[in-house]
Design a binder for this molecule. Structure first.
Ligand code: G3P
Length: 268
């Protein structure tokens, strides 16, 4: 499974790329807002170019902000033309349904944008996926990547039940059983279950679309995303760092260091 950093913070991105194996970057308008507020960047174009260069050879997803098919196609094409020449690694992120409520879902804007941009040979990462059927539609429209938001499903299930939790709290992949019933969102029992169902549906029909498990908040979710066959997983830098941690690793280091005989240390 490929590991992506979910960040628009250049310092974090440079750190991750220089010190660990990172296979790509995902950004979104919220991450960009956070990074820009922190850094007080003036020249956004230059800033994004720097990110793309750090990530050279690995994909970077840039999200559109428009809501209609026409404007998403225009924005996606412009973003791609402007930024892909920098390092040839841009994916355009399109929401599966750029609507704010059911009543707004009268057109298939997300799908139309994915299809047209794909025809223009622009690779698409379809975002805000919360059901396997959304993933199926995105794949059929031509998306190269679909991004199910695992953590947000877990939040949604807990919030609906009035459970208090921290964003990084683990939520069981097999679901939360309460009085003999498993909490679920129309048959999806956890964020990882959503990832699993997306992987299964796309695999079943040999669709050439990869699943990027997104909105991951802790290491166990990352492990479970790998276990259910996600092709990629994106996570904040802290979660990437947490992947290395274990008290017995530290203890082992202490013991090996303590046991080091001088002859061995002098070998090299
Ligand atoms: O890649 C999607 C991600 O940025 C959303 O994460 O933790 O805000 O749900 P989160």
């Amino acid at each position: 499974m490929k590991i992506f950093i979910d960040s628009a913070d250049l310092t974090e991105i440079e750190h991750a790329y220089s010190q660990v194996i990172v296979d790509g970057i995902t950004t979104n308008p919220s991450l960009l807002k956070k990074a820009l507020e922190k850094r007080r960047e003036k020249d956004l174009k230059q800033y994004l170019r720097k990110i793309l260069l750090v990530a050279k050879g690995t994909p970077v997803s840039l999200e559109v902000t428009a809501y209609t098919a026409r404007s998403m196609i225009e924005e996606g094409t412009k973003l791609y033309q402007l930024f892909n020449p920098v390092a040839k690694n841009v994916y355009i992120k399109i929401p599966i349904n750029p609507a704010f409520k059911d009543a707004d879902t009268t057109h298939f804007d997300g799908l139309a944008a994915i299809r047209e941009l794909t025809q223009r040979k622009i690779p698409i990462n379809c975002t805000l996926i919360f059901t396997p059927e959304q993933a199926l539609l995105a794949a059929k429209a031509g998306a190269k990547i679909v991004s199910p938001f695992a953590g947000r499903i877990d939040d949604y299930l807990r919030m609906q039940q009035g459970l208090k939790f921290e964003k990084s709290d683990y939520f069981p992949a097999t679901g939360w059983i309460d009085q003999g019933k498993v909490w679920n969102d129309n048959g999806v029992v956890s964020g990882i279950d959503l990832v699993r169902q997306c992987v299964q549906v796309l695999r079943q029909y040999n669709l050439n679309t990869e699943v990027l498990a997104a909105s991951l908040r802790n290491t166990r979710q990352v492990r479970e995303a790998a276990l259910v066959g996600a092709h990629m997983a994106t996570m904040p830098l802290e979660v990437i760092q947490d992947l290395l941690k274990h008290p017995l690793t530290y203890k082992g280091m202490e013991k090996f260091t303590a046991d080091l005989v001088p002859e061995y240390a002098e070998l090299v």
